[in-house]
Design a protein around this ligand. Structure first.
Ligand SMILES: Cc1ncc(COP(=O)(O)O)c(C=O)c1O
Length: 385
């Protein structure tokens, strides 16, 4: 455990709660599964999950079975948790004892859950996953009829209960792409096929953030938003976080550890990819690619220091990088890397734009060395009862 770090990620759980309420007010009464995989997109799984529960989500979703087992310990017996990534030989018996909902998207997984249900005497709550066009996980439509037939037999034997039928969209963040309509059509086929087998599905779910926002017909019975709950846009070219009424949950900052004046003609950092063309005040920010700051942010990374916008100079190193220092800035001032646009800060989406990636990656890859400092609870403090 590292006890001191000049950098910090402030995590605003009230912003998370507000974003969840914004999602809720934009849909039509569907259930909400808050997606808290990958350590809640780098924000901290336990704290974010508890805040999401306080904000009233119905389900939590994590990719990996190991994350789901840890999450169950962190949140207690409620709410329901769906997990969808595990390999043959995974401890599905533990998953059942932890009361997890489990995605089933391959014949071997159906067999494995049958065995775990036998071994534990627990009826498995499962969500059948169908591949509607992502070509990643899930039963092919061709294989679904047989899978549904087999699942129905297991249901009759009391070994499984089909809670959900689900899939994932590949291009919902591109509202004009015809792919989403094609995926909806495939999902409808899957629904019909599963219903024909006699299985009664409680929850059909297809939409992550972009589907939730931009394809209302993908909302079905439950939506699975991730990135919008963290206050970032699934596609800032379609609508920015601010335009969507979202608030950034993570603010990343660090103390400037050094101020100095470099003469004209000095190369800066590894490779001398920047060189001063005049006498230049620079500072050093103690964050680097060891903390998840992309090396592609070299010479580009936007920051706010002493109330002024500035940028990185030269290569991002493992633990630090050089910045152009505004005239009034001093060592010890706070350098704000990204956060809420309404406070004048650069956004994670802006970092994504300048580094050629997506907002998801900017927040999720923030390293464990940076402490997360939690604020707020996620509860609705504005509602007067
Ligand atoms: C299956 C599934 N559902 C929902 C989500 C949440 O996605 P987003 O962050 O785009 O809302 C993800 C994340 O990739 C996912 O894999």
């Amino acid at each position: 455990m590292i006890e001191y770090c000049p950098a910090r990620a402030d995590i605003d759980l009230d912003a998370l709660g507000d974003n969840i309420r914004t999602v809720r007010s934009g849909i039509d009464g569907q259930k909400i599964m808050a997606v808290v995989k990958a350590d809640a997109y780098g924000h901290g799984r336990a704290e974010v999950a508890r805040a999401a529960v306080r904000a009233g989500v119905d389900f939590l979703g994590v990719a990996q079975l190991g994350e789901a087992l840890a999450l169950r310990e962190e949140v207690g017996s409620q709410p329901r948790i769906l997990t969808w990534i595990y390999a043959p030989q995974a401890p599905l018996d533990r998953a059942l004892r932890a009361g997890l909902d489990i995605s089933i998207g391959a014949p071997w997984a159906l067999k494995a859950i049958e065995e775990a249900a036998h071994a534990t005497g627990i009826c498995a709550q499962i969500h059948l996953k169908v591949d509607t066009g992502m070509s990643r996980g899930g039963f092919d439509l061709d294989a679904l009829e047989e899978a549904a037939r087999r699942t129905r037999i297991l249901e009759e034997a009391g070994l499984v209960k089909v809670v959900g039928l689900w899939s994932h969209l590949a291009r919902a963040d591109e509202p004009e792409a015809s792919t989403t309509a094609e995926q909806i059509a495939s999902f409808e086929e899957a629904r019909t096929c599963v219903a024909r087998s006699g299985i009664e599905v409680e929850l059909h779910h297809l939409a992550a953030s972009a589907g939730t926002l931009w394809h209302p017909s993908t909302r079905y019975d439950m939506v699975r938003p991730g990135i919008i709950t963290y206050g970032l846009s699934p596609n800032p070219r379609v609508a920015t976080a601010r335009e969507l009424g979202l608030r950034a949950v993570m603010t990343l900052s660090a103390d400037v550890i050094l101020e100095r004046v470099l003469p004209s003609g000095r190369g800066i950092s590894y490779g001398h990819t920047a060189r001063t063309s005049h006498t230049t005040r620079v500072g050093v920010v103690p964050l680097g690619y060891g903390d998840g700051i992309a090396r592609t942010a070299s010479n580009r990374a936007p920051l706010l220091i002493a109330g002024q916008r500035t940028h990185a100079l030269g290569r991002i190193c493992m633990d630090q990088f050089v910045v152009a220092l505004p005239p009034s800035a001093r060592a010890g001032d706070r350098a704000w890397l990204f956060g809420d646009e309404s406070f004048g800060l650069p956004t994670a989406d802006e970092w994504a734009e300048v580094t050629g990636t997506i907002g998801w990656e900017i927040v999720t890859r923030l390293g464990a060395r940076v402490p997360r400092d939690y604020h707020g609870t996620g509860e609705d403090t504005l509602t007067v009862s």
